[in-house]
Design a protein around this ligand. Sequence first.
Ligand code: PSU
Ligand code: MN
Length: 303
Amino acid sequence: MIPMSFSPEVTQALKNGDALVALESTIITHGMPWPQNVETARRVEQTVRDNGAVPATMAVMNGTLHVGLTSEELDALGQAKNVAKLSRADFAACLASGGTGATTVAATMIAAQIAGIGVFATGGIGGVHRGAELSFDISADLQELAQTPVTVVAAGAKAILDLPKTFEVLETLGVPVIAYGQDMIPAFWSRNSGLRAPIRMDSAEEIARAQLMRGELDIPGGQLVANPIPAEAEIPAEELAPVIEQALQEAEAQKVSAKAVTPFLLQRIFELTQGKSLVANIALVMNNAKLAAEIAVAMKNQG
Ligand code: PSU
Ligand code: MN
């Protein structure tokens, strides 16, 4: 039996058959500094509610999978130190040993599937790191999208990555990459990665229909919806390029590896941009929460 606990809000939503949106917790523990992490998590949850769905933030606390966090739990997680960053590889071990961990995109997709939630909003997925031909550092998020039937709404993959390689791998894995409302794949803090999206959709209904059709066809896996950051919040790619370059060089010099790479880079880019990257990150997550709620409502109406 899976040790699981549902928040009162999620319990009620499941009873009513309301639309639900899964949210991850690594962005809270490893992606943003306190207190902006908790403030953002609350605003993201409220955005989901304002758009007709119920938020379910996922985390493992003391060996129990929490589907939906209470306000107190969210506060505690946002300030906790040494929280594990859980992906597919360590999810079961953390539950089995009574540990506490935040869920990445991969682990949140697994949790969402267990809870019967088909849509999930985050900032940006993990992907193929620059220099992966030597480091072999490719996020487990990509494999997860290929096997777990959850639609993930993100602002593309984080621009610290090798974006062309990331989207090549997604194509190989059979993951549909759907740009929302534009022809190009966005690049997290900016709207245009310079890469043309294989699929473009302009409505939440269309995106919901495509995921349901995958199910009809028995094609496993989910979809990546690449939702561009609002224009007024974007940081031009040219402005960020030297900052990303510097952060990457520092990571290499300090031999940062494995799970620590993404949190290190996000933190350094936050410092080097005097907090500007965080403002953009918050804006894009909020934007993704809104679209995810609309897709969840559309899935409920169609399903
Ligand atoms: N989106 C954000 N900030 C984050 C993340 C996503 O805006 O910190 C997290 C997600 O949990 C994602 C993880 O799964 O970064 C990727 O980590 P890695 O590259 O180690 O797979
Ligand atoms: Mn990695």
